[in-house]
Design a binder for this molecule. Structure first.
Ligand SMILES: NC(=O)C1=CN([C@@H]2O[C@H](COP(=O)(O)OP(=O)(O)OC[C@H]3O[C@@H](n4cnc5c(N)ncnc54)[C@H](O)[C@@H]3O)[C@@H](O)[C@H]2O)C=CC1
Ligand SMILES: CC(=O)[C@](C)(O)C(=O)O
Ligand SMILES: [Mg+2]
Ligand SMILES: [Mg+2]
Length: 336
C-alpha cells in the first residue's frame, strides 16, 4: 500500500505565521504541543478554565493564557487538546460562537468528529495533527532536536488550504522532523482506540497483572514476580522499539527465544484473537464510543472505581515499594 509521507521540506511553516493558534488544554499533549509551536516561532495562546492549576504553569512556560472562550474568539486556529469526553460540551458552550469563517479547528485524535460528538460549522477547516506518542515525549524529543512521528488528516477543507495547514502545524509540533503519514479521521480514530485497548495499554496491563497473579498464587515472592513481569518489560520493549522483534529475539538467550516463540502463541491464542475482533467491532459500530461518552456524562463512575482497584492491586503495591528503592527510575508522572 502506498502511504503518503511528509518531512520538513514538504511543509511551509510560514502559512501559519501571522495566525493565532489557541491550544485548548495544558495536559499531556497540550503542554507539549503548545510549547513546541511557540518555540517554532508561532503565536500561541493557551485556553484554560478560570482557576485551573495549569494556568500558572503555562505562564511560567512563557505562554499567554486566556479562558477557553476568550482564546477561541481571539484565535484563527483552535486546537482541541482537552480530554475527549469533555470536548463536545466545551465546544458548544465556549468555542463554537468564537469561530469565524475560514478559521481552523484542529484535533489530535478523531474521536469527537468521527463519532458525531462535534459537528463543526461548514465554513471552517477541520484537520488533525496527531503525534504518535505520549505528550511528554513530544516535548522532550523536540527539545533534543528530534521529533516524534505523527499523522495528519483533513476532515473539512473550507479554505482549500487545510492540508497545507495541517502539514505546517505538524512541522511546528516537530513531527515532520521524524515523518508524518496521511490518514483519515476514521482510520486514526479506530486504529488508535484498538491499539490502546487491546495492545499498548489494556493488553499490556492485563498481561502484567495476570502473569504477576499466577506467580504469586503459585507461592513465589511478589518482589520476584514484579521484577519478572513488570520491571524487565521496559528493557524488552526498548529492544523491539529499536530493532523490531528480530533484535529482541537476537538479544535474549536461546532459551528465552525458544520458550517465548513456542509458548507465546499459547497464551495470546485464538480466544484472544476473537476478543480482539470483538473489541474492533465495538469500536467500528460505535458501541464503545457511546459507552465512553455516557461514562463521561455520568461523572466517570467506572473509571473512578477501576483506577482505585488498580492502585490497590498487589503488583502496584509491591511496585511502589521497589521503585522507591530505585531512585534513578523517574516515573515521569510528576510532570503531567
Ligand atoms: N495523552 C496522550 O499522549 C495523547 C493524547 N491524544 C489526544 O489529545 C487530546 C488531549 O488528551 P491529553 O493531553 O491526554 O489530556 P489531559 O487529560 O492530559 O489534559 C487535558 C487538559 O484539559 C484541561 N481541561 C479539562 N477540562 C477542561 C475544561 N472544562 N475547560 C478547560 N480546560 C479543561 C485540563 O486542565 C488539562 O490541561 C485528546 O484528544 C487525546 O485523545 C492523542 C495522542 C496521545
Ligand atoms: C498515547 C496515545 O497515543 C494513546 C495511547 O492513544 C492515548 O493516550 O490516547
Ligand atoms: Mg494513540
Ligand atoms: Mg488514544
Amino acid at each position: 500500500m502506498a502511504v503518503n509521507m511528509y518531512y520538513d521540506k514538504d511543509a511551509d511553516l510560514s502559512i501559519l505565521q501571522g495566525k493565532k493558534i489557541a491550544v485548548m488544554g495544558y495536559g499531556s499533549q497540550g503542554h507539549a504541543q503548545a510549547q513546541n509551536l511557540h518555540d517554532s516561532g508561532l503565536e500561541v495562546i493557551v485556553g484554560l478554565r478560570e482557576g485551573s492549576k495549569r494556568w500558572r504553569q503555562a505562564e511560567e512556560d512563557g505562554l499567554k493564557v486566556m479562558t477557553v472562550k476568550e482564546a477561541a474568539k481571539a484565535a484563527d486556529v483552535i486546537q482541541m487538546l482537552l480530554p475527549d469526553e469533555t470536548q463536545s460540551q466545551i465546544y458548544y458552550e465556549e468555542i463554537e460562537s468564537g469561530l469565524e469563517p475560514g478559521n481552523a479547528l484542529v484535533f489530535s485524535h478523531g474521536f469527537n468528529i468521527h463519532y458525531n460528538q462535534i459537528v463543526p460549522k461548514k465554513d471552517i477547516d477541520v484537520y488533525m495533527v496527531a503525534p504518535k506518542s505520549p505528550g511528554h515525549l513530544v516535548r522532550r524529543t523536540y527539545k533534543e532536536g528530534h521529533g516524534v512521528p505523527g499523522l495528519i488528516a483533513v476532515y473539512q477543507d473550507a479554505t482549500g488550504m487545510a492540508k497545507e495547514l495541517a502539514l505546517a502545524h505538524a512541522k511546528g509540533v516537530g513531527c515532520t522532523r521524524a515523518g508524518v503519514f496521511e490518514t483519515t479521521f476514521r482510520e486514526e480514530t479506530e486504529t488508535d482506540l484498538f491499539g490502546e485497548q487491546v495492545d499498548l495499554c489494556g493488553g499490556v496491563a492485563s498481561l502484567i497483572k495476570t502473569a504477576f497473579e499466577v506467580l504469586v498464587e503459585a507461592g513465589y515472592q511478589p518482589e520476584m514476580a514484579y521484577f519478572e513481569t513488570t520491571h524487565e518489560l521496559k528493557l524488552i520493549v526498548d529492544l523491539i522499539h529499536e530493532g523490531g522483534l528480530e533484535k529482541m529475539w537476537y538479544s535474549v538467550s536461546n532459551t528465552a527465544e525458544y520458550g517465548g516463540m513456542t509458548v507465546g502463541p499459547k497464551v495470546i491464542n485464538e480466544l484472544s484473537r476473537e476478543a480482539m475482533y470483538e473489541a474492533l467491532e465495538r469500536i467500528q459500530n460505535g458501541e464503545f464510543a457511546r459507552e465512553f461518552v455516557l461514562e463521561g456524562k455520568a461523572n466517570r463512575p467506572v473509571l473512578t472505581s477501576m483506577e482505585r482497584l488498580d492502585r490497590e492491586h498487589p503488583v502496584e503495591e509491591v511496585g511502589r515499594r521497589l521503585r522507591a528503592m530505585m531512585p534513578w527510575l523517574n516515573s515521569g508522572l510528576n510532570e503531567k
